[in-house]
Structures are given as structure tokens and as C-alpha cells.
Design a protein around this ligand. Structure first.
Ligand SMILES: [Zn+2]
Length: 122
């Protein structure tokens, strides 16, 4: 049986995002948004998976990715925070619509409570 750390990271979806990065020399770098499983995001966050090429590693935080040479130990945490923060978290929720409904519901209840508090003069 394959060792667990070897489990490949396979994006559930890769979407080309309209907004690109306009580099100083005039090139436009397209952006992709990857939808990953929550467990895979954790592996990236924990330093086991290269954030650039998604290669799994046996030991967390190698100095460099063995495949693409990305400086995982020094750069990955910051890169991850900068590039992926909210988007990945959002994108990986299987039921984002439900999540939104939940938020809306919570907001309504908050408002209701605030109104009641106001009526009671609190
Ligand atoms: Zn890599």
C-alpha cells in the first residue's frame, strides 16, 4: 500500500480567473484558482505539499521542492497566506450556497436581536 504522504494532490477544479497580474514589463500573468480538498489544503499549510506544483513530500518544509525547486521552507507560508488565504477556503466548501444561506440566516437573527434590544432600550 502506498504511504499516505504520497497521496497525490488532485485539484477538484482549476478555473482561469479573469483578473490577471499586470507585470511591470507589460506581460499579463493569468491567474488560476484551484479548488482543493480541505485535507490537501491542510497538507500545503503544514508544509508537506509544494504550493506551486502540488508535489507531496515525506518530510514537512524541505528547503526546496524536490520537483520544481520552489523554496518551500522560506517562502511557502507567506506565499500561501498571500495568494490563497480566503479563496481556497471558500472554494473548497462543498456547499458554499448552503454556507451563504447559513450566514444570511445568522445575519437576520442578529438583526432581529438588535431590534429587540433597541426596543427594550438596552
Ligand atoms: Zn514544487
Amino acid at each position: 500500500m502506498a504511504e499516505r504522504w504520497r497521496t497525490p494532490v488532485i485539484p477538484l477544479a482549476v478555473d482561469q480567473v479573469e483578473q490577471g497580474l499586470w507585470l511591470p514589463d507589460g506581460r499579463v500573468q493569468g491567474e488560476v484558482q484551484m479548488t482543493l480538498r480541505a485535507s490537501d489544503i491542510e497538507r500545503i499549510r503544514a508544509g508537506y505539499v509544494c504550493v506551486k506544483c502540488l508535489e507531496p513530500h515525506e518530510i514537512a518544509w524541505p528547503v526546496r521542492c524536490q520537483v520544481c525547486g520552489s523554496p518551500m521552507r522560506s517562502e511557502q507560508a507567506a506565499y500561501f497566506a498571500r495568494e490563497f488565504g480566503g479563496e481556497i477556503t471558500m472554494a473548497t466548501r462543498p456547499s458554499w450556497d448552503e454556507e451563504l444561506e447559513g450566514l444570511e440566516e445568522r445575519r437576520r437573527k442578529e438583526e432581529e436581536r438588535a431590534r429587540k434590544d433597541a426596543q427594550l432600550g438596552r
